[in-house]
Design a protein around this ligand. Structure first.
Ligand code: ZN
Length: 184
């Protein structure tokens, strides 16, 4: 534990606080940026973490003397939330640029899917550029390949390996079929 953690713990104890809370939300495309900015933060009153309709909201209580360990967890959680916010921005720019600057859009799509990929966002992308995709079969096929490989990569990642194998492969197969349907 660092010296600054020891000082923080002492200052909490001097103020009579023996219990702290770590804020949790889900890190995915659905959670709003305001809630994501709370992911991992440590508060001393549960009401400090504002509730927001539609975003998952959980607090984990821990004793103040374990602050060092929870602060390290906070750093990892905040990095993950920041990565999701930047993934969204990269994906959003890629979608916007697709018809005008296809090579840049593809580079951005590649960057975004390396972090994560969501079917709802693919549906939205195809809905937005339906005509352009119909008129550009080459780009459509290349986009399909990129998303298929991103989707496979998503399921190869360690965090999905903790799910039961059957659920994981069913989810993966469903997504692959949907991508091929959306981008024939
Ligand atoms: Zn929210």
């Amino acid at each position: 534990m660092s010296f600054s953690d020891v000082l923080r713990i002492m200052s909490y104890i001097l103020r009579g606080r023996t219990r702290l809370y770590q804020c949790y939300t889900n890190v995915n495309w659905r959670t709003c940026e305001a809630c994501l900015s709370w992911h991992g933060r440590i508060v001393h009153r549960p009401e400090d973490f504002p509730k927001h309709d539609g975003c998952p909201h959980e607090l984990l209580a821990f004793p103040v003397w374990r602050l060092g360990e929870f602060r390290r967890k906070e750093e990892r959680m905040r990095a993950k939330a920041a990565q999701e916010i930047s993934r969204r921005e990269t994906w959003r720019r890629a979608v916007e640029l697709l018809p005008q600057d296809t090579p840049t859009a593809f580079a951005l799509f590649k960057e975004a899917v390396a972090t994560d990929l969501y079917l709802a966002e693919i549906e939205e992308l195809v809905g937005k550029h339906r005509e352009w995709l119909a008129e550009n079969p080459g780009a459509r096929a290349a986009l399909r390949e990129l998303l298929v490989s991103g989707w496979k990569g998503k399921f190869a990642k360690e965090r999905y390996e903790r799910q039961p194998e059957l659920a994981r492969t069913a989810q993966e197969r469903f997504g692959l079929e949907r991508i091929k349907e959306l981008l024939p």
